[in-house]
Ligand binder design. Structure first.
Ligand code: NAD
Length: 321
């Protein structure tokens, strides 16, 4: 088997490679060539940790495996380690033998940023020029960096619940040569694309903060009870997702569906737009909303690419197993 440690990932995989892997696997999911297994997520009663598995199989890409890991809230303060810890395991779909073990921490940020970028490519207006950010934490920086590659954005506007964190995203905008402006939530009406990436359990962005024609990528809600945007916004929007089952149970759509504002059948897999079986945005006035819940197949797709690159460059650690 091959081992690709966390420390190698940054030099191996680019944003472009992650984007391609995620776009392909979303397309395969919609074509029913790839599917995710039910997610396991447990409070293990030790260190207040949440631990679980996200797995799946992509028949076309040949990726079979799982990401194991979770959230250890005391890691940083007690041990100087990051709180999110994960590892990807890949298996040979022909034999069941383990193929690779890959560090999953940076991969998670790259595959999550790739997902919102794929949604921007396929759903945002071609003339989108103002990029809006709701959130300024760890993931937000990756999200913004990737999003700025999808359209010739001329300005980034940002709001965060903790305003002292806004310099995190201002730095990313400035590095990309795009001016940054902090705004209040009604100021988001200027944005053509909005990414929300927070850990909130109550909505910040309301339906009347969003202008017609906007594309939203709601990326923070990945658990029952979390919520970033007002449910009425989903009723106004064309709603897309990575996986419908997750969207309506742990994603942003969970609230709008529970309130009877939209039905499960109103939520479309983005892969259908990529494959050309759904038209996606049909008017410059449509509000499109991508509910990015995060699926195991994204991790497997990017991890497979990493392993191929590590073998190609002769840096993968090979062990008999
Ligand atoms: P982080 O702790 O670095 O940042 C948290 C962000 O949420 C900050 O911007 C913070 O100001 C904001 N926030 C906190 N409390 C808030 C509140 N009450 N109202 C509004 N905003 C609030 O976390 P992160 O690593 O950037 O992750 C952000 C979210 O993304 C988490 O919920 C995480 O679970 C989720 N996530 C989703 C995926 C996916 O695939 N969809 C992948 C990774 C992480």
């Amino acid at each position: 088997m091959y081992i690709v440690p966390e420390a190698m990932i940054a030099d191996l995989v680019s944003r472009e490679a992650s984007f391609e892997a995620v776009e392909q696997v979303f397309a395969a999911m919609a074509a029913k060539d790839a599917y995710n297994f039910p997610v396991v997520r447990e409070a293990i009663g030790h260190e207040d940790a949440l631990y679980g598995f996200k797995g799946g199989f992509d028949r076309v890409g040949g990726a079979l495996g799982l990401k194991a890991g979770g959230y250890w809230p005391h890691n940083l303060e007690k041990r100087g380690l990051i709180n999110h810890q994960s590892t990807v395991f890949l298996f040979d779909p022909d034999t069941g033998k383990v193929r690779a073990m890959v560090g999953g921490n940076l991969l998670t940020a790259l595959r999550t940023a790739a997902a919102s970028s794929v949604s921007i490519k396929h759903l945002a207006r071609a003339d989108a020029r103002v990029m809006g950010m709701v959130g300024a934490g760890h993931q937000a920086t990756f999200q913004l960096r990737a999003a700025l590659e999808q359209r010739p954005f001329e300005k980034v506007i940002g709001w965060n619940y903790h305003p002292e964190m806004l310099p995190n995203i201002e730095k990313v905008a400035n590095e990309a040569g795009v001016p940054f402006e902090a705004v209040d939530l009604p100021g988001m009406a200027e944005a053509d694309v909005i990414i929300s990436i927070t850990s909130a359990f109550a909505p910040s962005l309301m339906a009347d903060h969003v202008s017609p024609g906007t594309h939203l990528a709601c990326m923070g809600t990945d658990t029952k009870g979390k919520q970033e945007v007002e449910s009425a916004l989903l009723a106004r929007a064309k709603v897309f997702t990575d996986e419908v089952a997750q969207s309506v149970s742990i994603g942003e759509a969970q609230h709008a569906v529970a309130a009877g504002l939209i039905a499960e059948s109103d939520v479309t897999e983005i892969g259908a737009v990529i494959n050309g079986t759904h038209p996606g945005r049909t008017s410059g006035d449509d509000i499109t909303l991508f509910d990015g819940t995060g699926v195991g197949l994204q991790d497997l797709a990017v991890a497979s690419k990493v392993v191929d690159l590590a073998i190609e460059r002769g840096v993968a650690i090979e062990v008999d197993f």
